[in-house]
Design a protein around this ligand. Sequence first.
Ligand code: NAD
Length: 491
Amino acid sequence: MAGKIRIALAPGDGIGPEITRACLHIFQAAGVLDHIEFTEVQMGQSVFATGETRGMSDEAIEIIEETGILYKGPMGTPIGGGGKSINVTLRKTFGAFANLRHFQTLPGVETVYSRAGVPVDFYVVRENVEDTYGGIEHRVTPDSYVAKRLITTPGCDQICKFAFETAESFGIDRVTCGHKANIMKMTDGTFLDRFRFISQDFPQIETEDVIIDALCMNLVLRPDKYKMIVLTNLQGDIVSDLAAGLVGGLGFAPSANIGDQISIFEAVHGTAPDIANKDLANPTSLLLSGLIMLRHIGMRKSAAIIENSLLHTLESGVHTGDVKGDGEPVGTMAFAEAIASNLGKSPSTIDGCAVPPNDEPSHTPPVRPSVNEMMVTNEQVKSVVCGCDLFLETTLTPLDLAAKLQRICESTPFKLTVISNRGTQVWPVGSPYTEIVNESCVRFELKEGSVIGQGPTVHLLAKVAEKFSVTDFIPIKMYDGVRGFSLAQGQ
Ligand code: NAD
């Protein structure tokens, strides 16, 4: 098989095997399998059932690491029992930091926008690894739960660079950054800053930024205004599904998870257990994900031919049962056969894809790193500890709490500067209308001068912990003279 590109194939659970068979049938008919060799790997429910909580065998991991590409069907996550979502595990384990999805009006797929003659055709680039998806959560008091939202400068740079590079290679001339930097000034603010910084390397691409809530409204009002949107993980997750709704649902939304070494191409819908093994499933999402995969390995000609055939087939009224349309629906395999027999044809009511003269298949399999790569951006920035935030479980009133804490810090280099509750200032000033819970954040800042390192804040923590239940401790710092902590609401 020398010369063929090896790709790991995981058909998945539920409808996964049926839609995978359908896609392979189309790939076979299009001659794609002359250049690709699929190696099937064990993943999903059958593996979870053996007690393997990752949901994939060691052999599967080995093959994915060797090939660098995984084409996968949907997989079920067992509810309870400690098994984590295999999809999230895969993206994070293999460093597939960018999620790329394409949302386009498909002929024959009736939506509010198709009826109104509003064409939808845009990409969403979602950061895939950071944000709340670390799943770092704690119950810190009987009443309070906290999730860590981690946004890093290297993570932002990586995803923004990916968005601009992808826009450049797809001939897209405008990239929009969606964010909530007006509220989350440090996390989303950094995402927006880095978007603007990275954009300087792509002067030919127009940029705009929009607050996430306004973006959602604009997407519903005027989806045709957008070409590519780059977002942090959770916001990107929500906007991706909103966007899928604009073009007819998840059955039409392809997804690629791209990393520097390993990439995963998957259908975004689930295993659809209600229709599994009934020849009813729509293979379009998995097929479109496969087309992003073909383009990823330089097979742009084959991808364009298959995409044109899919568009022609849908346009001619052939569709599966989940699609609103005229005429009787066909089964999964009959739909695939129709696409295979239409290869070479293009849609007539919308523009088809331009077909490049040649495929240029190429793929460099991963080189296994000997150690984890450390990504550092702001190496030169100097940080100075100027105090600490302590989170305390307490039912004391803000006034009583302040009095106790002031006594505790009397003989330390710190003074109490603010108490906040659920992010709102309640001391030294506050409103009696602010409802509070039994967890407060108390901020201590240096009385004067500076301390060396975080040692003195740890001593203060120990003193406070003698009297209070501490739920969190965070040294607060200045970075090259710039405050590295937010102010409380009302401060
Ligand atoms: P689902 O996407 O499987 O199904 C939702 C509805 O959409 C169902 O009515 C289903 O019949 C229909 N549907 C989905 N895909 C279809 C297709 N290709 N053709 C026709 N109809 C389709 O969502 P769910 O029911 O919430 O989840 C079922 C299982 O899938 C769960 O175990 C969940 O964890 C898993 N899941 C996996 C992935 C993934 O592997 N990427 C994504 C989402 C959910």
